[in-house]
Design a binder for this molecule. Structure first.
Ligand code: ADE
Length: 242
């Protein structure tokens, strides 16, 4: 898979790139490129933003600057580009990212993420260049870099080669394997700490009972938190689970 991130702060992705699951995915032939809007701006002195028409606080990322960066990368009119690939603008008001969307994105061959800064994008970027807007939650961050990184992080860990144990990304919170429910609790050594005991079943070595217990825990967490379409009813043998 190839992910292109358009940003004013490509250096912010250096740390991210070195994270084990990202480095693992990249070593497996997946790609992450960062394109700096400023490198392609047609304006003087590296200008990329401007004051909002009508007045108001903050600056707006210019449509001509975004177009120039997209054209430089893809050699095509960005209006046509969105027929060929998903171009996601990171905005606080977009569709909220969830595990199902991450699965959907991880199945793509290529993906473009546009991060904004300041007050956000000129609306024409969203109307004519982006295929959609995605949010990582209903709060406003200073820029789209952390949201773009969140998308890349969640997508990369689903790709072959990213995680040491490929099953880690299969049966985890909100995944299909758990019917969208939160994952069951985990424990490790020591088995007893300050009088806090690890549930006996996990020490039993009895795989069917452990599985049953985990599914029950996941279901009751779903019920308590309201997450997941189904809070019970999964078979202990796991049905279609891996
Ligand atoms: N840009 C600023 N805040 C954001 C958010 N919550 N999600 C996506 N992009 C953003």
């Amino acid at each position: 898979m190839e992910i292109d991130v358009f940003t004013l702060f490509p250096q912010a992705f250096e740390w991210f790139r070195a994270q084990r699951h990202v480095a693992g995915a990249l070593a497996h032939g997946h790609h992450l490129a960062c394109i700096n809007y400023r490198d392609h701006t047609p304006l003087k002195a590296g200008q990329v933003d401007d004051e909002p028409f009508g007045g108001g606080a903050g600056m707006v990322l210019r449509v001509d600057v975004v177009e120039a960066a997209l054209r430089a990368r893809y050699g095509t009119d960005p209006v046509d580009l969105r027929q060929q690939r998903r171009v996601i603008a990171m905005t606080p008001t977009g569709r909220v990212l969830d595990d199902a969307m991450v699965d959907e994105l991880a199945a793509l061959e290529s993906l473009t993420l546009l991060s904004g800064r300041y007050e956000g994008f000129d609306q024409r970027v969203l109307d004519h260049f982006a295929t959609e807007e995605v949010s990582i939650g209903r709060y406003v961050l200073a820029g789209g870099e952390i949201p773009a990184m969140a998308v890349c992080d969640a997508v990369f860990r689903k790709l072959p080669g990213a995680l040491g144990d490929a099953n880690s990304a299969v049966e985890e919170s909100f995944s299909r394997a758990l019917d969208g429910a939160p994952e069951y609790p985990h424990y490790t050594r020591p088995a007893e700490y300050r009088g806090w005991q690890v549930p006996e079943v996990l020490l039993s070595g009895h795989h069917a009972r452990i599985r049953q217990w985990r599914l029950e825990q996941s279901a009751s967490r779903a019920q308590a938190s309201g997450h997941g379409p189904r809070a019970s009813g999964r078979e202990a043998d796991g049905g279609s689970l891996p």
